[in-house]
Design a binder for this molecule. Sequence first.
Ligand code: GLU
Length: 312
Amino acid sequence: MIDEVAAHARPYVGRGQVADYIPALERVRADRFGIAVADIHGEVYGAGDWEVPFSVQSISKTFSLALVMSQGHGSPGGPGGSAGYHEDEIWRRVGREPSGTPFNSLVQLEAENGIPRNPFINAGALVVTDRLLTLTGDASTALLHFLREESGNPDLAFDQAVADSEAEHGDRNAALAHFMASFGNLENPVPRVIEHYFWQCSVEMSCRDLAVAGGFLARHGLRADGSRLLEAREAKRINAVMLTCGTYDAAGEFAYRVGLPAKSGVGGGIVAVVPGRCTLCVWSPGLDARGNSVAGAAALDHFTTLTGWSVF
Ligand code: GLU
């Protein structure tokens, strides 16, 4: 079935525009396509370039949010956990409504007093990274360790060229962070927050790595070994925010076509969750006008049509 989904997506591969806001992403070949499905029992299936690492970019936002939320009950990512942290704290500093504006927009922040609409637009992700920095002392390293643990791949690493390039072209993200700092919505100095945010965007992972790492979202918060990362209600909430806000300014269209919680990144990856069954990751670098992978969305659309597995 995965092969059939891949064959369906094939004509869409190469369509759209490879992200070119930094040179390190522009160089990626447009004809790549991979898909991986990890079921809740640990079986992984894949097709195409499913073991080729790519830049996770905004997909990291899902994992940093999960890591922050997990800190209330023992810490996989930081020294000593964080006694006294409550799940709701993060939601005082970031909302959970679709923004209706581009992922890096400044406009809404002014009208809404420095509180970003959701954790998956850049402003919201900067707040989450800021929180992770406070909780762990080293947000990007905590995230990398978390991703290594959840994916079972100890070789995951940052892409230095991407991180440097993000920083070099990071004026917009710096502006968002300074703006929120002026409203008192950052706990750490702006340069540190954006540095960790850029590192987190630069992690390289394959479809296989991401599908396996996102398994806890399909297992209602349980890791592969059965231990609990998140409460079931927390996993539910992350999935809900993915569904409503995870695919840039096209979450409505994505719910219409695919009907699954999903998070996309400008590297061309999309992670999607079928709660209780499996986590998928698709990758193809050509993006549509909203920033979602054209072939990736076509593959997920076909997958839910074939299986009937959507949340609707
Ligand atoms: N590093 C990108 C930025 O902050 C993330 C873009 C994305 O994947 O949405 O601009």
